[in-house]
Design a protein around this ligand. Structure first.
Ligand code: ADP
Length: 188
């Protein structure tokens, strides 16, 4: 199985690159942000709880996120592998994912970190706000998301780096530029 975590700060292009990657690789795509937004749109109890936090730029609690992940992975029929976008965002989430993969008799193939300077991230997110109107893409909420990222999510990158699994790629340039860098890694 090819199991990939696409990692990066808010606005780093995880969603965009995931979509390109899925054109060439038949992977089960798990986007935690998309799943949460779907729950919000359907106004489920989970969605309502998540919305209150997401709109403040805070992470959704691990126990809820882990439940979603377990369910999604159990439902998946893939034999090719998984592409994780927006998961894991905390160390606890990272450890659970490794356990679930081990239980399935597989493991993480790549942890790929998209590197984009914060200035550029803010620009992209504010631009996306104009196009998509996501309720968490306002200046104040973006700042809070960066704070959460620094405090809780960045340690996940160090965790996989210590295991020798972390690969950084430059996340600036055109979407095609970044896609090519990603492709180069997966070809190896
Ligand atoms: P981005 O990476 O652009 O910030 P996402 O669409 O991946 O956006 O996630 C949007 C929001 O959903 C996050 O700011 C967070 O509040 C919540 N969220 C998504 N994934 C997770 C996760 N794995 N753990 C906790 N909260 C999450």
């Amino acid at each position: 199985m090819l199991n990939i975590i696409l990692f990066g700060a808010p606005g780093s292009g995880k969603g965009t690159q995931s979509k390109i990657l899925l054109q060439n690789h038949q992977l089960e795509y798990i986007s935690m942000g998309d799943i949460l937004r779907q729950q919000i749109a359907q106004q489920t109890p989970l969605g309502l709880e998540a919305k209150a936090l997401i709109d403040k730029g805070q992470l959704v609690p691990d126990d809820l996120i882990i439940k979603i992940l377990e369910k999604r992975m159990a439902e998946a029929k893939t034999t090719n592998g998984f592409l994780f976008d927006g998961y894991p965002r905390t160390l606890a989430q990272a450890e659970i994912l490794e356990q679930l993969l081990t239980k399935m008799g597989t493991s993480l193939s790549y942890f790929i970190s998209l590197e984009v300077p914060e200035e550029e991230l803010t620009k992209r997110l504010l631009n996306r706000a104009k196009i998509e109107g996501r309720s968490d893409d306002t200046k104040e909420v973006i700042e809070q998301r960066f704070k959460e990222y620094e405090a809780k999510t960045k340690p996940v990158k160090d965790y996989f780096a210590q295991k020798g699994k972390m690969i950084q790629i430059v996340g600036t340039g055109t979407e095609a530029d970044v896609a090519e860098r990603l492709d180069n890694i997966l070809r190896k």
